[in-house]
Design a protein around this ligand. Structure first.
Ligand SMILES: [Zn+2]
Length: 259
C-alpha cells in the first residue's frame, strides 16, 4: 500500500495510508513560544504546515500528552477537532475529551476503514529516560505499531524513548518494515543532558536490530532542549551500515513509499 510521510514539526508528522490520514504528536505552535514549567521549554522553529493545510484527519496518535514538544498549545486545540485520538490511559483522564482512547503496552485497537483493510494499532513500550528516577518524572509514554492487511512489514512509530530492553522485545514480536524514530537526544543541563529520547547512535542500533527497510528520523528540530543537531544525525547515519535505509524527510514535502 502507498504510504506518504510529511514532516510537520518536532515529532508531528502526517502519515497518509491510502487516504487514511494520521497525525502524530501534534505540534503547531510557532517559533519563540516559551513554556513555563518545572523545566522551561523554548520553541526554536515553526511548523511547516498548519491543521488547515492538512485537511480532514482520521486519527491522531499521541505518544504522551504531558510534554509540550509532543502536544503543544495549538496541538491541544487541534485534537479537540479530530475524530479519534489514541494515547495513554493517563492522557484519557487528563485531556477529558470523549474522542481519546487509552492503550497500555501491547494492547491493540482495530480501526474500521475501507481505505485500509485490517488496520490495527498496537501500543509499544517506551522508556523516556535511562534512569528509573527520571523515567518516573517523564511519565508514561507509548509508541505505536501500525499494521494492515497485505503489509510487507509493520510501520513503527517509536514515541519518546531511549534504547532499553523494551525495544528488543518489540523487535522480537514484530517484523518492522519502516521505523519512525524519535531522536534528537532531548535533555536538560540540570540532569547533565542524560538522553530522554534516542541519540543518533541508539536510533541506528534500533533500526539495525529491527532490520528495517526504511528508517525515518523525526523529533530532532524546533526546540532548545534537543541536543543533537540534524547535520550530526544526517552525517552519522549516512556513514553507517544502515545508510541505504534512511528516508530523510524535507519538512512539508510528502515522501511516498510502498509498505
Ligand atoms: Zn516527552
Amino acid at each position: 500500500m502507498k504510504v506518504s510521510f510529511t514532516q510537520v514539526d518536532t515529532a508531528c508528522m502526517v502519515i497518509d495510508i491510502n487516504g487514511f490520514v494520521i497525525v502524530t504528536d501534534p505540534a503547531f505552535d510557532t517559533e519563540g513560544t516559551v513554556y513555563e514549567g518545572p523545566r522551561t521549554l523554548y520553541k526554536t522553529g515553526s511548523p511547516r504546515l498548519q491543521p488547515k493545510d492538512i485537511g480532514p484527519v482520521d486519527l491522531v496518535l499521541l505518544s504522551h500528552d504531558q510534554h509540550k514538544d509532543n502536544l503543544d498549545n495549538a496541538g491541544r486545540e487541534f485534537i479537540k477537532t479530530v475524530k479519534q485520538v489514541i494515547s495513554t490511559p493517563g492522557a484519557v483522564e487528563r485531556l477529558a475529551q470523549n474522542n481519546v482512547t487509552g492503550l497500555n503496552e501491547w494492547e491493540s485497537i482495530s480501526i474500521a476503514t475501507a481505505k485500509v483493510p485490517g488496520l490495527r494499532i498496537t501500543a509499544t513500550p517506551c522508556q523516556h529516560a535511562p534512569t528509573q528516577e527520571q523515567t518516573k518524572i517523564s511519565g508514561h509514554v507509548i509508541g505505536f505499531m501500525i499494521e494492515w492487511e497485505g503489509q510487507q512489514g509493520a510501520l513503527y512509530v517509536s514515541g519518546d524513548t531511549v534504547y532499553f530492553d523494551g525495544i528488543e522485545e518489540i523487535a522480537k514480536r514484530f517484523k518492522v518494515h519502516t521505523a519512525v524514530l524519535h531522536v534528537g537526544k532531548a535533555g536538560f543541563p540540570d540532569i547533565n543532558y542524560m538522553p530522554l529520547t534516542f541519540t543518533t547512535e541508539m536510533a541506528i542500533q534500533t533500526a539495525r536490530l529491527m532490520n528495517v527497510n526504511k528508517f525515518i528520523p523525526t523529533h530532532f528540530e524546533g526546540w532548545k532542549h534537543f541536543n543533537e543537531k540534524p547535520e550530526y544525525l544526517h552525517e552519522q547515519v549516512t556513514h553507517s551500515d544502515i545508510k541505504e535505509k534512511l528516508l530523510w524527510l524535507q519538512p512539508g514535502t510528502p515522501a511516498v513509499i510502498e509498505i
